[in-house]
Design a binder for this molecule. Structure first.
Ligand code: NAD
Ligand code: IPM
Ligand code: MN
Length: 353
């Protein structure tokens, strides 16, 4: 029995999570799997009902289940709340409470979508790299933090163990891929980055087969756009990973394509990298693929069912090859489908496989 906690969240969250749940139901029926799904409120949706973004009840459920599926949180309605009461602060708290220190964000370009990126097809075609973002440290969590009328401040700080564990995980991931790791930092300016770089090089001694390259974050942002195919595995700090993974999303055609897995030693959460997209929320326009692909990551990492995971990717690939396009990945002349139509196409392919 696999126990999933589903947290639709805000904006397009409920729309894309509904698609992902349909995929899970289809797979459960097809493979005779026992999967329980418990839905919980989180973020603005929870605040509106309970006056709290993250209730004890939701946190407790996330700690007890096998995997959490999250849509997205945030929106204009809650953006003027005090900083520590915002939906985004609750997401950071949830990641920290579950100790989800490693965030895997795979940027893979589907052949059918080489024309969907804002970059040239020959630049993006064949791109397949993994961004590993440190998720529970760095400037997102460092103290002191705050602002008053005259100053605003945050602290970029990493502990030795935090860098070492993410570095090991990144080298392990590289060993399973093409054995090329790029560590992205700003060691020419930031002491905390020099610290990061030194530890990554120490850990490298245990992985002599992996080719390690250091890259400054400003150059990395340029290199991802110039020649994304040069990358195999990227490991980087929390803030840099946030920014670089949105850039990577656009290589694949849309932010709506990029899934993610947030992993710790005891818990796991799966979520698209995009946000609640208030500009298209409630219109059945959002691309559900990032969330559906996050379910594929869940089957692989949490349930150790790589065959099911592969089926999901194959069903997505077929839907794209069959010409199904939500607005974000459509080009002029394409017929545009809704969130539910894209979901139905993927579900139909899963049943047919
Ligand atoms: P966003 O990712 O929500 O949207 C950026 C742009 O991408 C928008 O134009 C949006 O329409 C488009 N987009 C995003 N996902 C899409 C999808 N699945 N299909 C089609 N188009 C899609 O980023 P934002 O506008 O900067 O942030 C909106 C809110 O979401 C903010 O409150 C932000 O804090 C929050 N946010 C939450 C998460 C999360 O919960 N993990 C992640 C990022 C942003
Ligand atoms: C993401 C989001 C979050 C982050 C926000 C909403 C806290 O942008 O998951 O990429 O910055 O980590
Ligand atoms: Mn982000």
């Amino acid at each position: 029995m696999f126990r999933i906690v589903s947290i639709p969240g805000d904006g397009i969250g409920p729309e894309v999570v509904a698609g992902a749940l349909e995929v899970i139901d289809t797979l459960a029926a097809k493979h005779d799997l026992e999967i329980s799904i418990e839905e919980h409120l989180f973020g603005g949706a929870s605040y509106d009902v309970h006056g709290e973004m993250l209730t004890e009840d939701t946190l407790d459920a996330c700690k007890k289940c096998d995997a959490v599926l999250l849509g997205a949180v945030g929106g204009h309605k809650w953006e003027n709340l005090p900083h520590d009461k915002k939906p985004e602060a609750a997401l950071l708290k949830l990641r920290k409470e579950l100790e989800l220190f490693a965030n895997f964000r795979p940027a893979k370009v589907y052949d059918a979508l080489v024309d969907a990126s804002s970059l040239k097809a020959d630049v993006v075609g064949g791109t397949d790299f993994m961004v590993i973002r440190e998720l529970t440290g760095g400037i997102y969590f460092g103290e002191p933090r705050g602002y008053d009328d005259n100053r605003g401040w945050n602290t970029m700080v990493y502990e030795h163990y935090e860098v070492e564990r993410i570095a090991r995980l990144a080298f392990d991931a590289a060993m399973k891929r093409q054995k090329r790791l790029v560590s992205i930092d700003k060691a020419n300016v930031l002491e905390s980055s020099q610290f990061w770089r030194n530890i990554v090089h120490d850990v490298h001694k245990d992985y002599p087969e992996v080719q390690l390259q250091d890259m400054y974050v400003d150059n990395a942002a340029m290199q991802i756009v110039r020649d994304p195919k040069q990358f195999d595995v990227i490991v980087t700090k929390n803030l840099f990973g946030d920014i670089l993974s949105d850039i990577s999303g656009m290589i694949t055609g849309s932010l709506g394509m990029l899934p993610s897995a947030s992993i710790g030693s005891a818990h796991a959460m799966y979520e698209p990298i995009h946000g609640s997209a208030p500009d298209i929320a409630g219109q059945n326009k959002a691309n559900p693929i990032a969330t559906i692909a996050s379910v594929a990551m869940m089957f692989e990492h949490s349930f150790c069912m790589k065959n099911v995971s592969d089926e999901i990717y194959a069903a997505i690939e077929s839907a794209l090859a069959q010409g199904f396009r939500t607005a974000d990945i459509a080009k002029a002349g394409d017929t545009i489908v809704s969130t539910t139509e894209m979901t139905e196409a993927i579900v139909a392919n899963l049943k047919a496989l």
